[in-house]
Design a protein around this ligand. Structure first.
Ligand SMILES: [Zn+2]
Ligand SMILES: [Zn+2]
Length: 332
């Protein structure tokens, strides 16, 4: 009898856990911004299939696909709209092997499928994707090395390994100017930020991977799988330029809560006397909770401080929470 009750309670708990995970997943997906199917720029098409975008690049009479969407039926329907026969897709480059990037692979029977060499561990049973769930890829595939440059017909592809979302997540740089970034970061208000942490295997590794974008000089377009795309002007504006006039390594006061626990920055002061920046979480602090770090490090944990990068000396800025507007006041 007791055994039965324990089993029932455990069963209910497991079901509640699954429901909680699924509803969290749904709410995180609803924060994403997918593009509708269209020719987005000349010879580059975006396709909406399931809760992900994937892309096709025209390559003479054929196409290269970057990822393969989250729903096969929807992918088929959308390709029809664009009048692109799926047999014309001869290469599929997978940024990684999550389900929402491979669901329509069955449509592309004529294509050679590529993943990064490091992504193999995600599908050969070595590494679990989430808890005990392992990813699968039921098609034969070839691998690409980090930094490898390869020509497919007229198109040059460079593989840029950017682990973090999965162990072998990669971005693909096409013809030195179009970057297809999969789930390697998100775009918020045109800014490059971490991808949704709920779906990332390791935020810290992804943060390091994002720095690799500095290696690429002249990106004209960035195409993501869940956060739309941005063009050159926005990239220049939001990503290439450090928003502070101070140098990146200038000493800055902050607290452990922000740097280690990712508390939001709610209080900023730009000191009148020495010009020093302080970024604090708004709580009371003991001496051992303060930290001195480079300004760049604070900007990396929370790029929204670019909004107050022009705070004059002798002023403070504060806000209720991460989403609310800053109130700016003179300290005099
Ligand atoms: Zn993913
Ligand atoms: Zn995805």
């Amino acid at each position: 009898m007791i055994f039965k009750i324990v089993v029932i309670i455990l069963g209910v708990l497991i079901i509640l856990c699954i429901i909680a995970i699924l509803s969290k997943q749904a709410s995180e997906i609803s924060k994403m911004e997918h593009l509708e199917t269209q020719e987005i720029i000349n010879d580059i098409f975006v396709i909406k299939a399931g809760s992900a975008n994937f892309y096709l690049i025209k390559n003479g009479d054929e196409y290269i696909a970057i990822d393969a969407g989250g729903n096969k039926k929807e992918a088929q329907r959308e390709l029809k709209k664009l009048q692109i026969p799926s047999e014309k897709v001869t290469v599929v480059l997978l940024t990684h092997t999550d389900f929402d990037h491979i669901a329509a692979l069955g449509l592309f029977g004529n294509a050679a499928i590529y993943i990064s060499k490091e992504e193999v561990q995600m599908i050969d049973g070595t590494v679990s994707r989430m808890l005990f769930v392992k990813s699968k890829l039921n098609y034969s595939y070839k691998t690409l090395e980090d930094n490898e440059e390869r020509n497919f017909g007229k198109i040059k592809v460079k593989t840029i390994l950017m682990p973090g979302h999965t162990k072998g997540s990669a971005s693909f740089l096409i013809d030195d100017k179009y970057l297809f970034s999969g789930d390697n970061f998100s775009l918020k208000n045109g800014r490059i930020e971490l991808f949704n942490s709920f779906f990332n295997m390791n935020d810290n590794i992804q943060k390091e991977s994002i720095k690799r974008l500095d290696e690429i000089k002249d990106i004209e377009y960035i195409f993501t799988a869940h956060y739309g795309s941005i063009g050159e002007e926005q990239i220049m504006l939001f990503n290439k330029r450090f928003p502070f006039v101070e140098s990146k390594n200038v000493a800055t006061i902050t607290c452990k809560h922000i740097m280690n626990d990712h508390f939001p920055i709610l209080y900023v002061s730009h000191d009148e006397n020495d010009g020093m920046w302080q970024f604090l979480c708004g709580n009371e602090h003991g001496n051992d909770e303060a930290m001195v770090v480079a300004l760049e490090e604070v900007y990396e944990v929370d790029s929204s401080i670019s909004e107050i990068a022009d705070l004059p000396l002798g002023y403070v800025a504060f806000r209720q929470n991460h989403e609310s507007a800053w109130t700016i006041e003179s300290r005099k």
